[in-house]
Design a binder for this molecule. Structure first.
Ligand SMILES: [Ca+2]
Length: 337
C-alpha cells in the first residue's frame, strides 16, 4: 500500500498548461469583407429610425477581431468612431449587448467588475459571479486588461469595496496566476479531511483553511477532493457551505464549488434563475450571453436544456411572446444563440 500511495503521490495529471477548449456560439465568419460590413453599418446607423436588424445581423455573426476590423474600416471611411455612432443610434438592452460585443471578452469582464464596484455600494451578485466563476487563466488576463483600461489594480479596487472573509476569498482568487491541472493524489485525502475539520466537524468555521484549499488547488484536484469529502462529512460540500457560512461568503463559496464541478451548468442555472418570474433579469442574461458567446455558450445551452427540458431558444421565444417590450433584447439574444 505504501508503495502504491507513493507512486500515486508523484503522479500528476498535466495537460501541458494548455488553454481550456472553447465552445463558442459566435465564430469567425468566412468570406469576410470588413469594408463592406462597415459600409452597411454606416448606412444602417444613418437610416431613419435606425436599421437595427442589419447592425445585429452583422455584429453578432463576426468574431471579436473581425468586429474590430469593421470598426477600423468604419473610422477610415466615415472619419467617425463606430462605437460612438452605435451608442448614438441604439439604446437600452440592445445597446448594452452591441457595445459589449465591441469589447474583447477580457475587456468586457473587466468593465463588468468595474461596474459592480464603482460608485456608492457594491453589486455583490455581479462581483461574485465575475470573480468566482472565472478561471485563474481568465483572471490573469482580466487583471491585465483592467489595469490598462482603468489605470488601477483590480485587486486594490476589490479590496476597497469589500471586507472580512468575503474580501479575503475574492483576493485569494484574484491572486491565482498559474493555470494548472495538477492533481496531487497524496493531498486529496488530506485536503478533504482539512475541509471537514475546518467546517462541519468543529464549532464555528475556520474560513481561512477553506479559502487556502479552494484558491490554491487546481480544478481537477478539487473535484476529487469534494468527492472524497463525502467520506468524512455527512453533508456534501455545497450543503456544508450552506450550514457553515452566510451571506456573500456563502454565495461565493457556492459559486466556486458549482463552477469547479461544472461551470457551464452554473451559468445555465444562472440563466434559468434570471428567466424565471415576471421579468427576465436582462442584465444577467446579457452579461452571460455576451461574456460567454466566444467561450462556452454552446455548452451552456446544452446544460440549460438538461435543466429545463426546454431549449434556451424556446424560453426566449416564450418571453418574446409574453413581454413584447423586450423584443430588442430578444432579437439579439436569439441571434447570438
Ligand atoms: Ca462548523
Amino acid at each position: 500500500m505504501a508503495l502504491v500511495s507513493e507512486f500515486l503521490g508523484q503522479l500528476t495529471l498535466n495537460f501541458g498548461g494548455e488553454s481550456e477548449p472553447k465552445f463558442p456560439t459566435v465564430v469567425t465568419a468566412r468570406d469576410f469583407d470588413p469594408a463592406k460590413d462597415a459600409a452597411r453599418i454606416e448606412t444602417a446607423v444613418k437610416t431613419k429610425g435606425v436599421d437595427e436588424l442589419t447592425i445585429i445581423d452583422i455584429l453578432t455573426r463576426r468574431s471579436y477581431s473581425q468586429r474590430r476590423e469593421i470598426a477600423f474600416e468604419y473610422e477610415k471611411r466615415s472619419k467617425k468612431d463606430m462605437i460612438t455612432a452605435l451608442k448614438g443610434a441604439l439604446s437600452g438592452s440592445l445597446e448594452a449587448v452591441i457595445l459589449g460585443l465591441m469589447k474583447s471578452t477580457a475587456q468586457y469582464d473587466a468593465s463588468e467588475i468595474k461596474g459592480s464596484i464603482k460608485g456608492l455600494g457594491t453589486d455583490e451578485e455581479t462581483l461574485i459571479e465575475m470573480v468566482c466563476s472565472r478561471s485563474a487563466e481568465e483572471l490573469v488576463e482580466i487583471k491585465r486588461v483592467y489595469k490598462e483600461m482603468f489605470k488601477k489594480e483590480l485587486e486594490k479596487d476589490v479590496a476597497g469595496d469589500t471586507s472580512g472573509d468575503f474580501r479575503s476569498l475574492l483576493l485569494a482568487l484574484a491572486k491565482r496566476d498559474e493555470p494548472s491541472n495538477i492533481v496531487d493524489y497524496e493531498k486529496i485525502d488530506q485536503d478533504a479531511r482539512a475541509l471537514y475539520e475546518a467546517g462541519v466537524k468543529r464549532k464555528g468555521t475556520d474560513v481561512a483553511t477553506w479559502i487556502t484549499i479552494m484558491s490554491e488547488r487546481s480544478v481537477p484536484h478539487l473535484q476529487k477532493v469534494f468527492d472524497r469529502y463525502k467520506s468524512y462529512s455527512p453533508y456534501d460540500m455545497q450543503e456544508s457551505i450552506r450550514k457553515e457560512v452566510k451571506g456573500d461568503l456563502e454565495k461565493s463559496f457556492l459559486t466556486l464549488v458549482e463552477c469547479f464541478e461544472n461551470k457551464q451548468q452554473y451559468f445555465a442555472n444562472r440563466l434559468s434563475e434570471a428567466m424565471k418570474g415576471k421579468s427576465a433579469k436582462e442584465k444577467v442574461v446579457t452579461r452571460i450571453v455576451v461574456s460567454r458567446c466566444e467561450v462556452d455558450l454552446m455548452k451552456i445551452r446544452t446544460e440549460f436544456k438538461k435543466l429545463n427540458q426546454k431549449s434556451f431558444y424556446y424560453i426566449i421565444i416564450i418571453i418574446l411572446y409574453s413581454y413584447y417590450m423586450y423584443s430588442y433584447y430578444i432579437i439579439i439574444v436569439y441571434t447570438l444563440l
